[in-house]
Structure formats: C-alpha cells, structure tokens
Design a protein around this ligand. Structure first.
Ligand SMILES: OCN(O)CCCc1ccccc1
Ligand code: NI
Length: 183
C-alpha cells in the first residue's frame, strides 16, 4: 500500500516535469498504479487507517506525486450536495471552460507541499473535461465547484505546475470581481 514516504515533495524534479501520455489501452502496470493511488485516497480518508499509517487526507493524487511521470490521476470526493466524484483519469484534458473563475476560500494545499501557503488559487469555475478510465473507456464530464477545483489541481501536476504558482505574490488574497467563492 502507498504511504506518505512514497509521495515526493516540493523540490523533487519530477514535480516540475511534463508527464507523458499513457498508451491506450492502458497496460496492467499502469492500471495497478492507478488502483494503488485510489487505495491511498480511500485509506487517507479513513479515520482509523489514516491515523494508523499517518496518512494526510487527500481528495486527489496525481502519478507524478509518486514519481511516475505519466498523465494520470485519481480524484475522490463528495460535493456539498452529497454527489460522489470518484474517478481515475488517463490522459485527461480540459476541452472547454467558463470565463468565470472560482476559488476555495480556505486556499489550497498539496500532499507534496509540507507547509501552509496562504492565498487564493483562482481556477476556471466550470469545465468540460475528457479522459479515459482504467478500462480504457472514454469519460466526458462537466464539472463545477470543488470537483472542478480538484480536477484542475491534479491536471496542473501533469504539467509541472504547483498550486502556489497561481497565488499572487504581492497580494495573495487578491480577487477579480466576479470570482465565485467555494466554502
Ligand atoms: O495533488 C493532490 N494533492 O496534493 C492533494 C490535495 C488535493 C487538493 C487540495 C486542495 C484543492 C484541490 C486539490
Ligand atoms: Ni497536489
């Protein structure tokens, strides 16, 4: 099972690389990797297991974070309406997006960043995304709210971008007028 020691931290070169497209259909090793990442998220959200193994809770995990520079990530969360977003994405893409932006009022964090970095991370409020799941089936989703934020945070990892790259250095809490706050 994946542990925190398997997650590379800020400063490791792989976090700044462009991850490579995954050949389809995915080979068994890639499917195995995705399954282990999904299991990590499940464990990290389990009060007993996360405590026993010292896992930081996560709603997403990208392959570069376990030093696998491949274009795949897993997200696992429930939104404010109780809607579940449990997806594994291979070769994910944003195919269209709103002009409007949104942000988490709590700011963002990252399993690969061991310090709090205050500030708002402005992201597209609504996105249409596509990718393939571990069976090689094409997925096309429209996301908004927290799922849209998490998708963009994970996609950034595939392009060597960290959440704090988006924070305004001079005024970390700067907003443009029509940004939508997400509590
Ligand atoms: O890359 C995922 N990981 O670092 C876990 C944190 C995920 C995450 C946290 C805040 C906002 C969006 C996504
Ligand atoms: Ni992250």
């Amino acid at each position: 099972m994946l542990l925190m020691k398997d997650i590379i931290r800020d400063g490791h070169p792989t976090l700044r690389k462009i991850a490579k497209e995954v050949p389809l259909p995915p080979d068994p090793a890639d499917i195995e990797t995705l399954k282990s990442m999904e299991e990590f998220l499940i464990n990290s959200q389990d009060p007993v297991i996360s405590d026993k193994y010292g896992l930081r809770g996560g709603v997403g995990l990208a392959a570069p974070q376990i030093n696998v520079p491949k274009r795949m990530f897993v997200m696992r969360l429930t939104d404010e309406k109780g809607e579940e977003y449990n997806y594994s994405f291979i070769n994910p893409k944003i195919i269209s997006h709103s002009v409007e932006k949104s942000y988490l009022t709590s700011g963002e964090g990252c399993l690969s960043v061991d310090r709090n970095i205050p500030g708002y991370v402005l992201r597209y409020a609504r996105i249409t995304v596509k990718g393939f799941n571990e069976k090689g089936e094409e997925l096309k989703l429209r996301l908004r709210g927290l799922p849209a934020i998490v998708f963009q945070h994970e996609l950034d990892h595939l392009n060597g971008v960290m959440f704090y790259d988006h924070i305004n250095k001079k005024n970390p809490f700067q907003l443009n007028e029509n940004a939508i706050p997400i509590e």
